[in-house]
Design a protein around this ligand. Sequence first.
Ligand code: GLP
Length: 243
Amino acid sequence: MNIIKAENYKEMSQIAAKYLTEQVSAKPNSVLGLATGSTPEGLYEEIIHRYNKGEISFKDVTTYNLDEYVGLANDNDQSYYYYMHKLLFDHINIKEEQAYLPNGDAADLQEECIRYESSIQAAGGIDIQILGIGLNGHIGFNEPGTPFSSKTHIVDLDESTREANARFFKSIDDVPKQAITMGIDSIMQAKRIILLVSGSQKAEALERLVNGPVTEDFPASILQKHSDVTIIADQDATSKLSV
Ligand code: GLP
């Protein structure tokens, strides 16, 4: 794993934006895997900045988001659909029909999982997958115990994840109990992975991801087995790494 230590959150975001810009200029019809949460917000800001300067175009780009809550309509301001449009898609020239998220409001959720997984395959697979990490090692919404062989599936969210994400909702009661997420195997199929980590509260998770055993109890540990992972972490997040 390639670990890049950034001075701070802004530098982490800028480095990640540079990687995505290079990817898209080398392959204008790239397929990008995108993430939500607080961590990539700065990356999306940087991308919009670069787009406004004419450094990157999304005209031929396809994107797939990692996950979506179950039961929230697209226009619910807590849905990841809403987040992605507000923080990125509304500000760049991506085609609406090429910006995919799982539909957590689908009538048949099982069928939606199969449809989403095959759509990624049909697009030729993901060139670069952006990831964040949850405090309990989750990637996407793959909670501890998720089989490494998993494809896109429905998950019951851990109470700790619902608590961590409650800050975005009016109260914890409003946080959905389920989500659709790309599986661990779906994520591992990406040709390249960029994991962003920021803040001292993530330091322990990062240390465990890099040095801990590869175990389904800590989903992100599987990344040790991927051949092209770049971790971009700010100083606070790397405080528990010895190198
Ligand atoms: C969320 C998302 C993940 C994200 C993680 C960390 O629940 N489903 O994709 O990487 O948890 O979120 P944050 O960046 O807000 O710490």
